[in-house]
Design a protein around this ligand. Sequence first.
Ligand code: NDP
Length: 284
Amino acid sequence: MTARIIDGKAIAQEVRAEWKVRADALKARGITPGLAVIIVGEDPASKVYVANKVKACAELGLYSEHIALPADTSEATLLAKIAELNADPNIHGLLVQLPVPRHIDSDKILNAISPDKDVDGFHPMNVGALATGSMRFAPCTPYGSLILLQKSGVDIEGKHAVVVGRSNIVGKPMAQLLLQHHATVTICTSKTRDLAKHTRDADILVVATGKPKMITGDMIKPGAAVIDVGINRMENGKLCGDVDFDSAKEVAGWITPVPGGVGPMTITMLVANTVQSAERAAGK
Ligand code: NDP
């Protein structure tokens, strides 16, 4: 059996079209959803991510502000900029692209963003809201991964979901989202003993480790849905995931490719969170 390939690009287009309808409805009422993205410094990868976020907003007719600050910007200046955007009624979503330069305390920055505009879902209040089931903003990558499962017709309720990785931006919120959708959830880390024993028992396997091709076909339960969050650049310049796609696709029931799987969903859900935030602000 060969797995069904989950086409992240196509699903992202479909989801964007759905959110465009909601953005257009707001615009008809005179409200244009707005996203502000702050970048500090010159990290090339971060610059590409920010440019793509701004581009996605433009495609959906959203307002966006791209604030590029020099690498030597003080923490106080950055906090002042955040306070200004927190108070700006044209901005419904606000994020600071991570990583920030070392002299800036990233926790302090995440705490300073208004929880009502925290479209990355990284503010402790939103992390808590996700954990207690009163979610406002789900972090974009796990949120996008969840939508990929749902749009592919993968049943979550009652299934055993195994998440490999426990980062605050992917693993932990992914586990929370799956739990909220009534999966039985196991989280594995670098300290897990006999990882394959756990992964082989997964009906749904989400891998976010940053370790290229570490999950091989023999570690996957036949018919499982495999979501590969990893993005790794190989020596030949090509991208690969944390799952060994060639062996995994022979065993899995569904699988996301890298690139073209989870990646396109992340920015899509950022746009979705921004529109949702504008809807909430309009309802107040
Ligand atoms: P982190 O480095 O923050 O976390 C990696 C996690 O994987 C840790 O919890 C670590 O465990 C665990 N881990 C590492 N090695 C193993 C192992 N051998 N067995 C089991 N668990 C292991 O990474 P991120 O969560 O930020 O990112 C993960 C991957 O996802 C990366 O490839 C990244 O590029 C990609 N990514 C993709 C995005 C997208 O849009 N598609 C967005 C964000 C990330 P421990 O805690 O014990 O150290």
